[in-house]
Ligand binder design. Sequence first.
Ligand code: SAM
Ligand code: DTB
Ligand code: SF4
Length: 327
Amino acid sequence: MSSSPGATAGPITRDTVAALYDGRLLDLVFRASQTHRAHRDPSEVQCAALLSVKTGGCPEDCAYCPQSAHYETGVESSTLMSVDAVRDAATAARDNGADRFCLGAAWRSVSDGPEFDQVLDMVRSVKALGLETCATLGMVEPHHAHRLRDAGLDYYNHNLDTGPDFYRDIVGTRTYEDRRRTLRTVREAGMKVCCGGILGMGEQPSDRIDLLFELASQDPQPESVPINTLVTVEGTPLANQDPVPWDDLVRMVAVARILMPKTWVRLSAGRLQLNESTQALCFLAGADSIFLGDQLLTTPNPEATADQALLTRLGLHRLNDSETSTA
Ligand code: SAM
Ligand code: DTB
Ligand code: SF4
């Protein structure tokens, strides 16, 4: 049970979450939309850009991930990018309308040394551009989290991916509790938490309910919740998974919004597989964040111009939009 401030009567319990998840779709969308409008500006969309600063060769065996060294996916391993190259990419992303920049590394965990020092320099240089900063680097110890915060990191992304039971079928090289520990460490260091999951890995509705309960029960709740749909990649064990039915995604977004009224709910990886009307329903159901830019970490994302056209058609605007911003 949690006393977290979801837009539900009373404390959030797993039963509350299950009752929401099992509700009638359009009732859910309506309620989620009301929640969204009561707590946030529903015309505003937060836009994050992603950059893989260290790609591939990861020792973990996450079954969805093209960057795991356990699978032959054709993703080439790279060394760590230079700070100058990261600054250039962040400048371009900002000029294309991103307001947050997320650095991703295919690491199991952060270790002390020159590579971590270089990532800290990347955070400082992205922050100096006036962008919000985010990083996803695997597990962290308290002193890593403190150094990241001191370098100017606003958000740390660390996904729980699914419910605890199904997690064991997806990742063998670390536990759900390892993920929870890093999330606590990040929070205790004073950073904002970005934490979400992936649909379409073969999970049951009960696993999605477990994940939503887990996320909404955090106190404080994550400031950012990315909802990814699996991007299937040849060579990974999940390469042949069926696409996620559109209504499952809308349902997930709506329940996340009702349970976490003040959180950025990101329609995250997998948008290239979604048609525009599904995305529109997700925005109506309370999604208010996307990844902007034609590349996620190793897989493609819609072109920024196509996304801008979609937002305009829906009457939505980017946070970093000079025509609508008052700054
Ligand atoms: N190595 C770090 C970690 O695992 O926390 C950071 C990078 S990892 C690629 C970040 C997140 O990307 C994962 O937690 C997962 O949720 C998401 N992800 C990875 N591959 C994906 C895929 N094929 N489809 C959708 N999401 C994916
Ligand atoms: C998140 O939830 N999704 C992003 C980001 N956080 C790091 C990653 C998506 C990766 C999709 C597969 C790829 O491009 O490699
Ligand atoms: Fe490594 Fe992260 Fe991919 Fe897992 S999700 S294989 S930890 S890069």
